[in-house]
Design a protein. Structure first.
Length: 298
């Protein structure tokens, strides 16, 4: 149990970037219950750690740490609340974890290619793909100012360094702010403010993606229509005569929303097919979630 304690709550990564106070308190309480169910002597380390956590105040922010199969870690700063500052984009949703697992298992889809992510949120999927799949370039995009700020901070938190020369020339065009990032693998990372309802065809084409992905963006009919309009604009961009590959992962919370999305795709002539489930589970997520990945044929 002491070894377990030092591999979790007291792991150097978790000490530097701690989980929420509530999560750590619940975890330690369960650990102590298991220990007290045995006849072993009390472990001071468990009670001292719990006492230390009970004295801490809950913050509106916390960290979550993930380990990749390569041994590298991903650390994200998140909001504790599911809805914060008028958006749900300040937390990581299960579809993002699911899409990252599929991407890692199918890394050739992304290797040496330009990837555009729609609705990147705070960045989990893009950071995982950038670290594990070696894309040539990765374009993160979102619209909410607080989400873009948190997204940029998380990219830097994971070892991607802002290019000082680029930040001197941030574009202030109608599609919003744009900042270049370079990581140690020479993958070019970009953060773009992208309003699906207002973006022009030229602005979309200028991104020149080979692959387009999104996670948990199919939950509202109005947003769905804006997304489909954006996909239609993306269909005008051709790489070697072909449009970009498009993969959308989402949790089916309401079957009618799922049916509406597919029906609207059919209306505009965008084909779709369900991607078979990947084999390996890498990240801890809700096993009850009904998550689907669609490949869209734009």
């Amino acid at each position: 149990l002491v070894d377990l304690l030092f591999q979790t709550i007291l792991h150097p990564l978790c000490v530097q970037y701690p989980a929420s106070v509530k999560y750590r308190r619940c975890f330690l309480t369960e650990l102590i219950k298991k220990h007290e169910s045995t006849t072993a002597e009390p472990l001071d380390e468990l009670y001292d750690t719990l006492a230390d956590i009970l004295n801490k105040e809950e913050s509106t922010h916390c960290y979550k740490n993930y380990l990749l199969p390569t041994g590298e870690s991903i650390t994200l700063s998140e909001d504790v609340a599911i809805v914060s500052q008028g958006t749900t984009g300040l937390v990581t949703w299960d579809a993002a974890l699911h899409l990252a697992e599929w991407a890692i298992e199918n890394s050739t889809v992304f290797t040496n290619r330009t990837v555009l992510e729609l609705g990147s949120g705070i960045g989990f999927t893009g950071i995982a793909i950038s670290k594990a799949c070696n894309p040539k370039a990765y374009i993160f995009s979102d619209y909410h100012p607080s989400v873009l700020k948190q997204l940029t901070e998380n990219i830097c938190l994971n070892g991607f360094v802002l290019d000082s020369e680029t930040t001197k020339h941030i574009e202030m065009q109608s599609q919003g702010q744009k900042a270049e990032v370079m990581n140690y693998q020479k993958t070019k990372l970009t953060v773009v403010e992208l309003d699906w309802g207002a973006v022009t065809e030229k602005q979309v084409v200028d991104l020149q993606p080979d692959v387009v992905i999104a996670a948990d963006v199919v939950y509202d009919p109005e947003i769905t229509l804006a997304l489909i309009g954006l996909l239609q604009k993306l269909s005008t961009w051709r790489v070697d005569g072909k449009p970009p590959e498009v993969y959308i992962a989402f949790t089916v919370r309401n079957p009618s929303t799922d049916h509406h999305f597919k029906a609207e795709l059919n209306k505009v002539g965008i084909g779709w097919q369900i991607i078979p489930a990947h084999r390996n589970s890498i990240f801890l997520c809700d096993l009850q979630s009904n998550i689907t990945i669609l490949q869209l044929l734009i």
